[in-house]
Design a protein around this ligand. Structure first.
Ligand code: UDP
Length: 193
């Protein structure tokens, strides 16, 4: 299914299940994927911020997180059928990872938040392989990159807020073994409860 465009910003009309299926295929082919959440606020910001627009449009999946995007699609005869939120997409990806044996790295939020989030996630998905974690305030980026490389993570969630997390992904993805990157904003806080 083709992407839709709202004010020059791409939106993927795929469901959680369709994205999950495509991610599985792309991991098998060793293709890297990036997932970014799109909402009306980001679409407006992207009008004046070409970097943000390129970050969104250069991602593999632009998920329609935000009811405004769903409404815009409905009103213009588009194919978006429901919201695809960042936190629910993360949950689908965790479930897929537990099932397929993908190891997952968590980067972002305060130390106590990311560790509590991982505890709760492991309780929900006992089979999940956690490759490692780092809080979002670590200073030594080179040490972090080395840690992720050595962890051999397949999937990585980055919770630094937007667009910081997307800029981080763009800057570092080529030197990491990770196949799927998702910028998840405040989702570690949600999992930490
Ligand atoms: N954060 C971080 N490092 C930073 C700035 C923010 O780890 O340098 C974390 C912060 O602790 C919080 C998340 O990023 O867990 C930001 O969540 P927010 O809800 O502000 O992001 P949004 O979803 O609005 O992009």
């Amino acid at each position: 299914m083709k992407n839709e465009q709202y004010m020059g910003v791409e939106v993927s009309p795929l469901s959680y299940e369709e994205i999950t299926q495509q991610l599985k295929t792309r991991v098998q082919r060793l293709e890297q994927s990036t997932i970014i959440a799109v909402n009306p606020e980001k679409i407006m910001k992207a009008q004046e911020d070409a970097t943000l627009r390129d970050l969104i449009n250069g991602s593999t999946f632009q998920i329609p997180d935000g009811v405004g995007v769903l409404l815009a699609s409905r009103l213009s005869g588009g194919q978006v059928r429901s919201r695809v939120t960042g936190v629910d997409m993360m949950d689908h990806l965790l479930k897929l990872s537990a099932k397929e044996g993908y190891s997952v790295f968590f980067y972002g939020a305060k130390e106590e938040v990311v560790t509590k989030a991982i505890d709760n996630i492991q309780e929900k998905y006992p089979a999940l392989k956690v490759a490692g974690h780092a809080n979002g305030y670590v200073q030594d980026q080179e040490a972090l990159i080395q840690q992720i490389q050595e962890s051999k993570a397949d999937v990585m969630f980055i919770a630094l807020g937007s667009p910081k997390q997307e800029l981080w992904i763009r800057e570092n993805k080529d030197r990491l073994p990770v196949k799927v990157f998702q910028g998840v904003g405040g989702s570690f806080d949600v999992y930490a409860g």
